[in-house]
Design a protein around this ligand. Structure first.
Ligand SMILES: Cc1cc2nc3c(=O)[nH]c(=O)nc-3n(C[C@H](O)[C@H](O)[C@H](O)COP(=O)(O)OP(=O)(O)OC[C@H]3O[C@@H](n4cnc5c(N)ncnc54)[C@H](O)[C@@H]3O)c2cc1C
Length: 486
């Protein structure tokens, strides 16, 4: 297959396939730099793929990954908060190690200290990096006695101190099940709907950026000096040309690679999280993680709070978040790993009510081992948040991944976590500078004038609209987490 050879064109046309967090963020960064960008998205709105709820500012949910990946996730998360400040749920995460888990809370401490140091280092480099609060408060340990002492303390409406965040935990979690200390860490939430709204509103304001939704790329030809891309909107097929092409098609990145016969090894995994409500619980919770071995009945349980008593649940067991044969790899003849058709049917058409209830109830049961009051009161309140994600290469535990290139004019976004989206953009910008499409001067002062001119109320309003249009309770798009006072 031939590839474009022309390197330097004036006003290059940049095409991006896929408007998830990766494609939307790249479009925003290039658009803010004045490039002519077209973002082509199959769905009716942006950031509409698999869920995102946790920022992973330090990767502390993943005991199995390297320190280097944790540092990368920390740096990338800070950058992402600075780009999308109104998409962040500013609440910390509690990490608890159950008694039946082989690990100890102390095992996490060496890495937490390193992350704290790294965070301080980033603040020293640029004080605007202090988005997670003061580095001395990056994490805090709580003994059983300290938590017991909070049992009779009233919950506060706007927790301001690390200790105040622990009150709902002290009231409701069965402490008998846990090893101590438990750890509170400044890993915040990332709100899918507010992220979608932030990106969509900003992109609509960038005049030389065209946003094509309900548009599916169906074929691509590599011509001598450009990419010829066919996309379909309803029954209408349009053919257009780009000088530089960015494949940001998420778990379908392989289908775009296949259109050009580009080889790439990757994994794809289907997973789901469940939306429940505990209407009697009005307390502002931190996120809570109960560690456990992935894939076993004791797999990690994740309790993610939203306003109005809504909680999103993950359980890393085959009956809750994971699925039999849900992880597949690409074969030699195709860069696209083939998920079983029943997963594709869920993604494209939805779930049956019976499946929603069965898995959501399994998620409630999984969490209720640690929060018994939840079992008494929680109800299934929406369809799951679900989807498939790609992992480049063959390491299913890889969490910090980015971008790969074929030649000079084709990039693929291969993020595993949302926080990597800005790193991807930066690497693509470097390549565009090499090609002469941008100068170092253009890229000198990375301010996001258009993106940061969008106000918080505008984002809330649009996020709620997107949330309702996707049939989720609008509370999931609201933010009632005060920024931590230190
Ligand atoms: C259950 C679950 C929970 C998760 N939780 C988190 C979390 O808490 N934090 C986190 O950081 N990450 C989380 N992830 C991972 C995260 O969702 C993904 O890594 C991220 O969404 C990937 O973004 P993306 O832009 O690469 O892909 P996507 O979001 O999948 O976007 C790709 C887009 O491309 C479009 N597209 C595909 N093919 C075409 C085509 N031919 N033409 C036009 N458009 C096309 C799709 O419609 C889609 O909108 C989770 C994943 C799952 C499954």
């Amino acid at each position: 297959m031939s590839r474009p050879i022309q390197s330097c064109v004036k006003n290059p046309r940049i095409g991006i396939i896929g408007g998830g967090i990766a494609g939307a963020t790249v479009a925003l960064c290039l658009g803010e730099l004045g490039l002519d960008v077209t973002l082509i998205e199959k769905g009716s709105s942006l950031v509409n793929g698999p869920p995102i709820c946790h920022l992973h500012a330090g990767g502390n949910l993943y005991r199995e990954i390297s320190d280097a990946q944790c540092f990368t996730l920390l740096r990338e998360s800070i950058d992402l908060v600075r780009l999308y400040p109104h998409a962040v749920d500013y609440r910390p995460t509690v990490i608890a190690v159950p008694k039946n888990d082989a690990g100890l809370p102390e095992d996490l401490l060496p890495r937490l200290h390193k992350l704290q140091k790294e965070y301080q280092h980033l603040i020293n480099k640029d004080s605007k990096n202090s988005v997670l609060g003061a580095s001395e408060h990056y994490f805090k340990l709580f003994t059983r006695q300290q938590i017991e002492a909070l049992k009779n303390t009233e919950v506060v409406n706007k927790p301001q101190t690390l200790t105040e965040w622990m009150i709902p935990f002290a009231h409701h979690v069965n402490l008998e099940q846990l090893k101590f200390p438990v750890i509170l860490v400044q890993e915040y939430g990332l709100n899918l709907f507010r992220l979608a709204a932030s990106a969509e509103l900003a992109l609509r304001k960038i005049t030389h950026c065209s946003l094509l939704v309900n548009s599916e790329v169906t074929n691509i030809h590599a011509l001598a000096n450009c990419w010829q891309v066919e996309y379909q909107q309803g029954s209408e097929i349009t053919v257009t040309e780009f000088d530089y092409l960015i494949n940001a098609a998420g778990f379908r990145t392989g289908t775009v690679d296949d259109m050009l016969d580009f080889k790439r090894q990757r994994l794809v995994e289907f997973k789901a999280a469940y939306v429940t409500q505990w209407p009697q619980c009005s307390a502002i919770w931190p996120e809570v993680i109960f560690f456990g071995d992935r894939g076993t009945p004791e797999g990690m349980a994740q309790f993610t709070p939203y306003p109005d008593g809504y909680f999103q649940l993950h359980g890393m067991t085959p009956l809750v978040t994971l699925f039999d044969n849900g992880l597949v790899e690409s074969a030699n003849h195709s860069a696209q790993p083939q998920l079983n058709p029943h997963f594709i049917e869920k993604i494209d058409k939805g779930w049956s009510n019976a499946e929603i209830n069965l898995r959501s109830q399994a998620a409630i049961d999984h969490i209720s081992r640690f929060i018994p009051d939840f079992a008494q009161n929680a109800t299934v309140s929406a369809k799951p948040l679900f989807g498939a994600q790609q992992i480049p290469g063959d390491d299913a535990e890889l969490r910090a991944a980015g971008v790969s290139f074929v030649g000079e004019f084709y990039a693929r976004c291969e993020i595993v976590k949302a926080s990597s989206a800005l790193t991807v953009s930066n690497k693509i910008i470097k390549q565009l500078i090499k090609l002469g499409y941008l100068t170092h001067k253009d890229n000198g002062d990375r301010v996001f004038k258009i993106t940061h001119a969008i106000t918080e109320p505008e984002i809330t309003q649009h996020a709620q609209k997107l949330c309702a249009s996707r049939d989720y309770p609008v509370s999931l798009a609201r933010c009632n987490f005060p920024q931590l006072g230190h």
